[in-house]
Design a protein around this ligand. Structure first.
Ligand SMILES: [Zn+2]
Length: 484
């Protein structure tokens, strides 16, 4: 079983400066390696070797030594011999760049300060970025700047004590021991990360003796819940429950505060101390919002996973939802544009980011796995147009927040109807037992209280039939008395 625990560090001044220096150097090395790969790719492309851009295998491994700006010839060995079989293989880009590291230390002696596993992990990090790109999970690796490169990873020599953590070449670093590492777990790696309020370390801990969490078999599933995500209400459950959206960063107060802070930052002189202070203020505010959102989402995720044995959510393509509106150019006058609704869209995009549905579903997934529950993402296509009662699909069935089926007359809250459809799809995928099938209570038409009643009492939803009758009787006698 593999877990990640995060702690805040209490480094001394020397250690802090060291970490900052390391981050700068590692970023430079990351960018150098990326540039090296690109340069090699370009030179080979010109030579006509890599004509097929779509051929991933050809585009991926570069060979740094072939590149004109790469290091010396003694690491120029692009072949490796497998010890066991004696097979000769071409080295991957990652392997070549890792074997280049000692040369780097010779040429730039200040890199000797950094632990060698950290440097290796830094190369691996670039490789992971490339792997994600070729697997279609991510965009092409980018050059990093100070704002998006703030961490490095140790994989060996980590020791954890009560009050301090030993990190190679950094020494014993104090930390806030906010949660003990469970017995039997071994530290696999430590990632040091710079944040707005200081340094943090994430320990990856593993215990091979503890098996991964057991999963409830499909036949044993008794309850299923479908979840629909929204903005006014964050989550709609197929059981009719709704959870409101706290809007951590898009509420009026926070937005104003952000605006004020941002403005004060932009008015400061560049490279001034006051600008530094203002920047810290802005990032601290962002961090505070993130903390609040994280805490809220964990709490909500815990509540939602409790609901059922299987949790079904919609698989949203959020980046597509956040796309900009296409421009509308005036055909008569070139360079003139009509309003295209982007400014309104921007507000919606902000709300989508603020709701951060994906990270919420990630948390639900994690907690569900921990409890052995089934978690599934389903295609949300047409879930808001299909009747959860009879399955009839019609765009006209939905009008704003209400859903009234044009076929069978079934009516419900539009989002809850969608949640029920999501649940249905999950049941279809996993073929859960029949007892889990969507049960829908037929809700009678909204029963409106007679107007006169309100003169005497405010009827609440709890008021019983008897109470209502009594109230009506008193009303009648009172009316009669007045007339008489
Ligand atoms: Zn229907």
């Amino acid at each position: 079983m593999l877990l990640g625990y995060r702690y805040k560090l209490k480094p001394n001044k020397e250690q802090t400066l060291k970490v900052l220096r390391w981050i700068d150097m590692l970023r430079a090395n990351y960018n150098y390696n990326l540039a090296d790969r690109e340069a090699t790719y370009q030179t080979r492309f010109i030579q006509g070797e890599y004509c097929n851009l779509r051929n991933k295998s050809a585009a991926c491994p570069l060979t740094c030594p072939i590149s004109t700006n790469s290091a010396t010839s003694d690491t120029g060995e692009v072949y490796k011999v497998k010890k066991k079989t004696g097979e000769i293989k071409l080295k991957t880009a990652e392997e070549i760049q890792i074997t280049n590291l000692p040369v780097l230390k010779q040429v730039r002696p200040w890199y000797k300060e950094i632990d060698s596993t950290v440097l290796q992990q830094n190369v691996k990090r670039l490789q992971i970025a490339y792997n994600n790109f070729f697997a279609g999970r991510g965009k092409y690796p980018k050059f990093k700047n100070r704002s998006n490169f703030q961490s490095f990873t140790f994989t060996t020599g980590i020791k954890v004590a009560d009050k301090a953590i030993y990190l190679p070449k950094l020494g014993w670093v104090g930390y806030f021991n906010s949660r003990p590492i469970p017995e039997g777990f071994k530290v696999k790696s430590a990632t040091v990360r710079l944040k707005a309020d200081g340094l943090y370390v994430t320990l990856k801990i593993e215990d091979k003796a503890v098996p991964s969490f057991p999963i409830i078999p499909t036949e044993a599933v008794r309850t299923v819940v479908g979840l629909d995500m929204g903005i006014t209400q964050l989550v709609h459950g197929s059981d009719g429950s709704q959870y409101s959206n706290p809007k951590h960063s898009t509420n009026k107060r926070t937005r104003k505060l952000l605006k004020v802070r941002q403005r004060s930052l932009s008015r400061k002189n560049k490279r001034s101390n006051n600008r530094k202070k203002a920047r810290v203020k802005v990032s601290r505010l962002h961090q505070k919002i993130t903390h609040k959102r994280e805490a809220f989402q964990w709490k909500l995720a815990r509540e939602l996973t409790k609901k059922a044995d299987a949790i079904i959510v919609e698989d949203l393509n959020i980046s597509a939802m956040k796309k900009r509106c296409s421009t509308k150019e005036d055909s008569n006058q070139k360079g003139r544009f009509f309003p295209n609704g982007q400014s309104r869209k921007r507000g919606l995009n902000r709300s989508i980011s603020d709701a951060s549905w994906y990270s919420l579903t990630k948390k639900i997934e994690y907690l569900a796995a921990k409890q052995g529950k089934i978690f599934e993402r389903v295609n949300p296509r047409f879930t808001s147009q299909i009747c959860s009662c009879c399955g009839h699909k019609d765009k006209a069935s939905r009008s704003k927040e209400k859903f009234i089926c044009t076929n069978c007359g079934h009516h419900a809250d539009a989002d809850i109807n969608a949640a029920r459809n999501i649940k249905k799809r999950g049941i279809e995928i996993h073929s859960f037992p029949a007892s889990c099938k969507v049960k829908i209570k037929v809700v009678p038409e909204d029963f409106r209280e007679p107007e006169q009643l309100r003169l005497f009492e405010m009827p609440t939803t709890e008021s019983t039939e008897g109470k209502r009758r009594r109230a009506a009787r008193t009303l009648q006698t009172a009316g009669a008395w007045e007339l008489g």
